[in-house]
Design a protein around this ligand. Structure first.
Ligand code: GLA
Length: 402
């Protein structure tokens, strides 16, 4: 009797295990199935484009966005990599439609967002849009908290390629949960949408955002002055290790060409954002920019540093008060170097290649990425750097050994 019940028990257990194994293995694995926990492979180098906020604030309409798209092409910006045309806050109507959908403001965007997306796409560019992980945007317009699925679906239907997702009116709810919910909603659309997390560095986003988004703001808003650029730079120390292809620290959009910085400061700002592997989102009126501004924004050698496929964020290797040295190791073994002078007077600055992590050899090619000139040196990287200025170099080992 005892033997019989043990045998029965073993039999039932076997049948149960067999059924369980079959169930696991029979899960459908069609070609489209994706791992829900895995972000789409997007923004493998820092995103490049333009955003309306820094220059225009709420003063935007569909004509402006189309003209900007035209200017992206005519100025050569598209062809050096500026692909995203991003509409920031204030594109939406003050209320949702009768089905609860976000809708474009009929006064400023009468053609709707889909028409703009089509226009931008016809120029070989991509469209970005903005919402907040709160009940309202920072300008008090309808936003996406608790409407994530519905709004993400609309963005995808319209052909949106990039979402900047802000933090205003968040009702004190957990940031990770709010941003995760939009990640999930974007995934269910099946459209590849770059996800830009904008919670101003409040919740140490570098610790959780790399799994959820493609970039995350590390600070409050940049302003159009040198102190703001330097203040933001200082907040980037220690964050390099969190960046990698598909996941970038975002020290905020560029102020180059907006008038609050001198040309020297504009060049320094751009050089630093390039070594930081920061998203390069121009924030000026590119329809009417000066030739000098255009040359800064389209410096292909500086952009190549920013877009280096290794995706290593640059870091500070020397800090002598007003004089700092920032470096970024590149995929081919070269190093990008920025000599930054924050002081009020010009300064002669110098560092050696073997002090920045490069191998100790007898000769190096030191290429000045603003003068576009090469110098062969025994390892010296130096320049007279103007007040509030930066020199930027790409350093390469020439002789293989010492
Ligand atoms: C916040 C963001 C800015 C901008 C504005 C728009 O301040 O940090 O980048 O998007 O909202 O209202």
């Amino acid at each position: 009797m005892k033997f019989k019940s043990i045998a029965l028990f073993m039999g039932v257990l076997w049948v149960f295990l067999l059924a369980f194994t079959l169930l696991i293995n029979s899960e459908p694995k069609d070609a489209d199935s994706t791992n829900a926990d895995e972000k789409p492979k997007l923004a493998l180098t820092p995103p490049m484009g333009w955003n309306s906020w820094n220059k225009f604030g709420c003063n935007i309409d569909e004509e402006l966005i189309k003209e900007i798209a035209d200017a992206m092409v005519e100025s050569g910006m598209r062809d050096v990599g500026y692909i995203y045309v991003n509409i920031d806050d204030c594109w939406m109507a003050p209320s949702r439609d009768e089905e609860g959908n976000l809708q474009a403001d009929p006064a400023t965007f009468p053609g709707g967002i889909k028409a703009i997306a089509d226009y931008v796409h016809s120029k070989g560019l991509k469209l970005g849009i903005y919402s907040s992980a709160g009940t309202k945007t920072c300008q008090g317009l309808p936003a996406s908290l608790d409407y994530e699925t519905q709004d993400a679906k609309k963005f995808a239907e319209w052909g949106v390629d990039y979402l900047k997702y802000d933090n205003c009116y968040n009702q004190g709810r957990d940031a990770v949960e709010r941003y995760k919910e939009m990640r999930r909603a974007l995934d269910t659309t099946g459209r590849q949408i770059v996800f830009s997390i904008c919670e101003w560095g409040r919740n140490r986003p570098w610790l959780w955002a790399p799994e959820i988004g493609n970039l995350w703001r590390t600070t409050g808003d940049i302003r159009d002055n040198w102190e703001s650029v330097m203040y933001i730079l200082d907040q980037q120390v220690g964050l390099a290790k969190y960046a990698h292809p598909g996941a970038w620290n975002d020290p905020d959009m560029l102020q180059v060409g907006n008038g609050g910085l001198t040309t020297t400061e504009d060049r320094a700002h751009f050089s630093l954002w390039c070594v930081l592997a920061a998203p390069l989102l121009a924030g000026n009126d590119i329809r009417y920019m000066t030739e000098v501004t255009r040359e800064i924004l389209t410096n292909e050698e500086a952009i190549a540093v920013n877009q280096d496929p290794a995706g290593v964020q640059g870091y500070k290797v020397r800090d002598q008060g007003d004089q700092e040295v920032w470096v970024k190791p590149l995929e081919d073994g070269d190093y990008a170097v920025v000599l930054l002078n924050r002081g009020e007077n010009a300064a002669f600055m110098a560092i050696r290649a073997n002090e920045i992590g490069m191998p100790d050899v007898t000769s190096y090619k030191v290429r000045d990425l603003w003068a576009h000139e090469d110098k062969i040196t025994g390892g010296r990287i130096d320049a007279r750097v103007p007040s509030h200025g930066a020199a930027m170099f790409r350093v390469r080992v020439i002789s293989p050994s010492n």
